[in-house]
Design a protein around this ligand. Sequence first.
Ligand code: FMN
Length: 176
Amino acid sequence: MKTLVIVSHPYPEQSKAIQALEQAARQVEGVEVRNLETLYGHDTFAFDVAAEQKASEAADRIVFLFPIHWFNLTPMLKGYLNQVWGYGWAFGPGGAALKGKAMQVVVTAGATDHLYAPQGLIQSTIEDVLTPMKASALYVGMTYRKPLAFLGAMGLRDDKLAELQSTFGELLQPGQ
Ligand SMILES: Cc1cc2nc3c(=O)[nH]c(=O)nc-3n(C[C@H](O)[C@H](O)[C@H](O)COP(=O)(O)O)c2cc1C
């Protein structure tokens, strides 16, 4: 199974958790890692659409790795969906390039499961927050894997970051 990891973080210089997870992904053989801000800066229209589509076509599993900011996708990840998942490629007449592939969302979030609870302040789980990714996956015929969410992922010590890396590294193994 071939895995593509699409990483996005709007403030790479401040990132600890996503950066550690990206590093872990780069250690796994056979995994292609594409960091949207590294490749395209912060320009939500700058994508090399053909290159991105080709990378997705070659993968069986597409992993999206990003931090939760205001209970949402990052701007570059939203731009990626807008620009790369085009009509006629991902959906519409003749467009089924992603059909049958798996989507795996992996996020970090500052808050803990006290906040991400149906009875909590935001009355939403992390799965609820990620509904746009689930809907997008199902809309284009992908299978949607249970998201991997690292909650309370702020100010983590190195040993905890290493734990996150190991969990993510395992998920990226070909058989997973
Ligand atoms: C602008 C901004 C908005 C944030 N919004 C949320 C949020 O809505 N929910 C949450 O749990 N954490 C929120 N956080 C915390 C981040 O999710 C957390 O710092 C990040 O996932 C840790 O990964 P990093 O070290 O790679 O940045 C926010 C952080 C920033 C900077």
